[in-house]
Design a protein around this ligand. Structure first.
Ligand code: SF4
Length: 368
């Protein structure tokens, strides 16, 4: 049925640029290659992760990351067949899970670095101790190469965007979802793939606070499906390292061209430095579609610097310049306070954004 509503999700694969830039993702999507998490399970960890200190775990992680790269390159080139690799126990994924569990007890999954023990019920800025799933379904509104996308909406977010469209689950009632453990989350992913999902789209809120359970769910997931990280990319370096060998395709949301705008509209510090660092890493590590939401009256301070940076630093990225912004949540309640963004972007502003993207040679990937 989705092929009727979204014929572009089929036609998009005729585009040579999309084929080239999303080659790994497509190979996993079509079950021609294994998802990265499945390769992690084949890389033996010589020591029991539970017996190691955090420092020892990171040393082991670095070593196994090199092993992963060797194996990954051979699988990608066809030099070795994934089916011939033996299961390993313990393995690289187990090391990642153990590190994530330790981080969860003194949380620094994102650059807020709250340091709270979420295992004991303490709550940081994101507002969640456990993993709360609010909904999951086949999403038909994402970018054409992703549709249908097996999207899982988690409660809680490390950003406080005054215009958030998902404010109920991200900021107001993040704990109203269903608490899931790793096994349940694996079953959700399996169900979505069985229903035809081209990928598992971890989103929210933001997926970052849920890194520990998402990683552990992959231990129990026995179907091949690309893992997609749909995030504001405010992850800590540690989280990025944990995700590096697990995420097949990144879907970063790159909104702000200035720290001042990020601070005022999302209450985050050092936005530019952190988010550009992470997007650059993601771009260098895997397939990527970068989203930029055009905000009214923010063409000069945000849209242009964002697109320019992408053009200069992420030549392989597909870019979606988005016009979906609507004044919601606090902006709708207090429009006088958020005057600059209390309307939709105008046709002139969108034209200016698209023209600038074209001028820079940034590939524009429309949603529909
Ligand atoms: S995920 Fe980020 S915001 Fe949430 S508790 Fe951890 S460091 Fe704080």
């Amino acid at each position: 049925m989705w092929k009727i509503f979204r014929p572009d999700s089929i036609l998009v694969w005729e585009d040579p640029t999309v084929q080239e830039r999303l080659a790994w993702y497509k190979a996993v999507m079509d079950n021609e290659k294994p998802a990265k998490f499945m390769i992690c399970k084949k890389i033996p960890a010589e020591k029991d992760p539970k017996s190691l200190s955090l420092e020892e775990l990171w040393n082991l992680h670095e070593h196994l990351s090199e092993k992963f790269d060797e194996t990954f390159a051979k699988i990608k080139s066809g030099e070795i067949d994934f089916k011939n690799l033996e299961d390993a126990n313990p393995n690289f994924l187990d090391v990642k899970i153990e590190i994530a569990k330790r981080i969860y007890e003194k949380c620094e999954f994102c650059e807020r670095k709250c340091g709270v023990n979420r295992k004991e019920g303490e709550i940081g800025v994101c507002g969640v101790d456990k993993v709360y799933v609010h909904s999951y379904f086949l999403h038909h509104g994402e970018e054409a190469p992703l549709v249908p996308s097996g999207t899982i909406f988690y409660g809680g977010c490390n950003f406080k965007c005054v215009f958030c469209q998902n404010h109920d689950i991200s900021q107001e009632f993040p704990k109203d979802g269903v608490v899931v453990d790793a096994v349940k989350l694996a079953l959700i992913q399996k169900e979505l793939r069985d229903e035809g999902a081209r990928n598992i789209n971890h989103v929210g809120g933001d997926p970052t606070p849920n890194t520990h359970v998402i990683l552990e769910s992959l231990r129990y997931l026995d179907v091949n499906v690309p893992q997609l990280w749909n995030s504001n990319m405010y992850c800590s370096k540690e989280t990025m390292k944990l995700l590096r060998e697990v995420i097949d395709i990144w879907l970063p949301d790159f909104k702000y061209g200035s720290d001042e705008c990020a601070k005022r509209l999302s209450s985050v510090k050092n936005y530019w430095k952190i988010v550009t660092r992470n997007i650059k890493w993601a771009h260098d590590w895997a397939d990527i579609i970068i989203r930029h939401l055009v905000l009214p009256n923010h063409i000069e301070c945000c849209t242009k610097p964002v697109l320019k940076w992408i053009a200069e630093n992420c030549p392989r990225a597909l870019v979606n310049v988005m016009e979906q912004y609507r004044p919601e949540f606090l902006v709708a309640r207090y429009p006088e306070r958020w005057k600059d963004i209390a309307r939709r972007p105008s046709a002139e502003e969108m034209r200016e954004a698209y023209d600038y993207a074209k001028e820079l040679g940034v590939v524009y990937e429309p949603v529909s």
